[in-house]
Design a protein around this ligand. Structure first.
Ligand code: PGA
Length: 237
C-alpha cells in the first residue's frame, strides 16, 4: 500500500484525477469502479475539466459503481444513479449504456457481480471510506462478506448520509454493495480520504489490525493500492 499526503482536498482531487487519466489513456475500454459521497466530488470535477480540455476521453470507458440504496428507483433524487449522472456522467463523453450502478429496486446482486466479471474485472477502483471504516457499503461486521450483497446500514452511516436527504427517516436502511471480494478483485485501487472527521478512521484502517470490524483494513492485503490523504485526514497518523 502506498500512501501520499497532500495539502488539501483540492490537491488530492487533482492527484486522483491524474491517476484516472493515466489509467484510462493507457487502456482502450478501461473498466473503472466509481464511488459516491462527498469525497469524490472534487475528483469528478477535475475529470470533467480534463474531459472538456481533451486530455481524457471517456468514449470507450466502462464504469461500475460500488453501491446503491435499496428501495430507491434510479431516478429518485437521492439515488446514487442520479448522483453519478449529475456529478459526472452528464458532463463527460461517456456512453451512458456503459455506466452501471446496482439496481436498488431489483437488488440484482448476482447479476451485478457477473456483469463485472464479464467485463473482465475492474482496472481501477475508486474508494472513499465511511467514518466507521466501511468501503462501498460494507459495514463493520464479524466476517468479511465477499460478493456483491445487500447490507444493513448502521445507524452511524444513516446519520452520516442524512445530509443528502430531507430527514434521517428518509435514509434507506439497507443498500446493495459490491462485496469485499469484488473490491479486492480490482487490479488497482485508489482510495481518497479527506477531512479531520476521518483522522481516527485513517489510523485504524492503515495501522490497526486487519479485521472485518474495520473493513478498509483489508486493503492492506491488496498488492496495488494507492491512498491519497489530505493533511487533515492524515493528522493523527
Ligand atoms: P463521504 O462518504 O465521502 O460522503 O464521507 C464516504 C463513504 O461513505 O464511503
Amino acid at each position: 500500500m502506498q500512501v501520499r499526503i497532500y495539502k488539501d482536498a483540492a490537491t488530492v482531487a487533482k492527484a486522483a484525477a491524474a491517476v484516472f487519466a493515466d489509467e484510462i489513456t493507457k487502456k482502450d475500454g478501461c473498466v473503472i469502479g466509481l464511488a459516491t459521497g462527498s469525497t469524490p466530488v472534487p475528483t469528478y470535477q477535475e475529470l470533467i475539466r480534463l474531459n472538456k480540455e481533451g486530455v481524457v476521453d471517456f468514449s470507450k470507458v466502462i464504469s461500475y459503481n460500488l453501491d446503491e440504496y435499496v428501495g430507491l428507483a434510479p431516478d429518485h433524487p437521492c439515488s446514487y444513479r442520479r448522483f453519478m449522472n449529475e456529478q459526472l456522467f452528464d458532463h463527460i463523453n461517456i456512453d451512458k449504456a456503459n455506466t452501471h450502478v446496482p439496481d436498488g429496486l431489483k437488488c440484482n446482486t448476482a447479476e451485478y457481480e457477473e456483469m463485472i466479471h464479464q467485463a473482465g474485472g475492474v482496472d481501477l477502483q475508486l474508494l472513499g471510506i465511511g467514518t466507521d471504516g466501511h468501503i462501498g457499503f460494507n459495514e463493520p461486521a464479524d466476517e468479511f462478506v465477499y460478493p456483491t450483497n445487500v447490507v444493513k446500514l448502521t445507524e452511524g452511516t444513516r446519520k452520516d448520509n442524512a445530509r443528502f436527504f430531507n430527514s434521517l427517516d428518509e435514509v434507506p436502511t439497507s443498500a446493495i454493495s459490491m462485496g469485499i471480494g469484488t473490491i479486492m478483485s480490482a487490479r488497482r485501487i485508489l482510495m481518497i480520504i479527506t477531512g479531520k472527521n476521518k483522522a481516527d478512521t485513517v489510523v485504524a484502517a492503515l495501522k490497526g489490525p486487519v479485521v472485518p470490524q474495520m473493513p478498509a483494513s483489508i486493503l492492506r492485503m491488496h498488492q496495488n493500492v494507492l491512498v491519497l490523504l489530505d493533511e487533515d485526514a492524515a493528522s493523527k497518523l
